[in-house]
Design a protein around this ligand. Structure first.
Ligand code: NDP
Length: 408
């Protein structure tokens, strides 16, 4: 398995060489400012105590408070959390919002916990890290297998510990708990704004474009629905157990109803079943990884048939695969740009909480669109300026912004 933090450092190195980054700043950016590894004991429903391990990595706060989600997954590791916090720093700087980079996680298969166990684990995690978070310090949010309800428990626990209200300590909350309108679909909506810009640049039409999406959670699910509403043909979709494919286009309503009822995509009529690995190699125009990192590697990069990859997951492509895709002329819209709509609306939520305001969904989307469109165009221009892939261009643009605030 690739080490995501080593991959992140390779990406940093590439950008640093192109932009001639000051070597002291480069040295500072090779490590997070602070990492926390904490023990999270939870009294399970059967009375036993199970001890989970949690992390929080605060990468850099030159542009604003650390910002980034909390992931509940069996494969969470310190290096994964560090890599994700690094990418958050790059992401916030790519879209030019006043936030730094952070990320957290707990090693757990949360599907095996009862709701009570999940709540006790989430509250205990906050009890371990609360001194280092807050609306002016570090603002967590949801990520894989964490939800608005979990964010609500975390906010509540934090406020009990500090003894005052601080709704901006965490974003991705339910609307009733101080969440923002539009946050639920924000990541996918941002991805759609960026995809529309790319379609214009490449002179492509949505209704002639076939799309395969890996993952159908918050990001992949909304991405499928929003792209379909734009006229794109969604031909493949998957969850953790595998996917479905119909070269003529999937009936999305049917797919989502089936997933809701059965909990997986197996046993559907009128579709071919494909594995997650097979989905990546289908004959489509756009591939949208929306699940885990390290999906496109040196093993399968030469077999990808899509001309465009819109990275909605974090870190789905390894640096080695990037080289292969770039040599093959495949356009990769990097995660730090494609999925930045989520953190941008998280930043809007934080701003509303801090200023005690409430924006409508229309206002949120009206503010999101120009941020995503500007970021896309800046990255596109930087790509042309240095003749580099979009990922390197985004890193160059972002690191320029972060470096300008670091005094050495
Ligand atoms: P969710 O937990 O909502 O959904 C995850 C989805 O991925 C589910 O459909 C799950 O299947 C599927 N999945 C899990 N493991 C695999 C696997 N090995 N292969 C294929 N599919 C798999 O997560 P999100 O949608 O929130 O996050 C998805 C990605 O997007 C992550 O990389 C995350 O970091 C990134 N991201 C999320 C943001 C957000 O706002 N939520 C913001 C920016 C990035 P099943 O239903 O079977 O569990």
């Amino acid at each position: 398995m690739q080490n995501p933090f080593e991959n992140a450092l390779k990406q940093l190195e590439k950008a640093a060489n192109i932009m001639n980054l000051d070597k002291n700043v480069h040295a500072i950016l090779k490590q997070p400012d602070r990492v926390m590894a904490v023990s999270v004991p939870v009294k399970m429903d059967n009375g036993e105590v199970k001890v989970f391990t949690g992390f929080r990595s605060q990468y850099n706060d030159a542009l604003g408070p650390y910002k980034g989600g909390i992931r509940y997954h069996e494969n969470v590791s310190l290096d994964e959390v560090k890599a994700l916090s690094f990418w958050m720093m790059v992401k916030c700087a790519t879209v030019n919002i006043p936030m730094g980079g952070g990320k957290g996680g707990i090693i757990v298969d949360s599907k095996k916990l009862s709701e009570g166990e999940l709540e006790r684990m989430s509250r205990e995690y906050v009890r371990k890290i609360w001194r280092e978070i807050g609306s002016d310090k570090d603002v967590p949010a949801p990520d894989m297998y964490t939800t608005p309800k979990i964010m609500g428990w975390m906010r509540d626990e934090f406020e009990k510990l500090v003894g005052h209200s601080d709704p901006g300590v965490i974003t991705g909350k339910a609307i009733a708990d101080g969440g923002s309108e539009g946050r639920e679909q924000a990541t996918a909506q941002g991805g759609v704004y960026v995809t529309r810009e790319l379609m214009k640049k490449l002179n492509l039409k949505a209704n002639e474009t076939k799309v395969a999406i890996q993952g159908m959670g918050n990001v992949g699910g909304f991405m499928a629905k929003l792209l379909a509403a734009d006229g794109f043909k969604i031909v493949a979709l998957s969850d953790s157990k595998g996917g479905v494919y119909n070269p003529d286009g999937l009936d999305l309503d049917k797919v989502f109803v089936h997933k809701e009822k059965i909990g997986s995509l197996s046993g559907m009529d009128g579709v071919q079943n494909v594995s997650n690995a097979e989905l990546l190699e289908l004959p489509v125009d756009i591939l949208v990884p929306s699940a885990m990192e390290n999906q496109i590697t040196s093993d399968n990069a030469d077999k990808i048939k899509a001309k465009i990859i819109v990275e909605m997951a974090n870190g789905p492509t390894t640096p080695e695969a990037d080289e292969v895709l770039s040599a093959r002329g495949i356009v990769v819209v990097p995660d730090v740009l494609a999925n930045a709509g989520g953190v941008t609306v998280s930043c809007f939520e934080w701003e509303q909480n801090v200023k005690d305001q409430k924006w409508s969904e229309a206002e949120v989307l009206a503010k999101l669109e120009p941020i995503m469109v500007n970021a896309f165009n800046e990255v596109w221009e930087t790509k042309d300026k240095y003749s580099v892939p979009m990922r390197t261009a985004a890193f160059v643009k972002a690191i320029e912004r972060v470096a300008s605030k670091i005094k050495v």
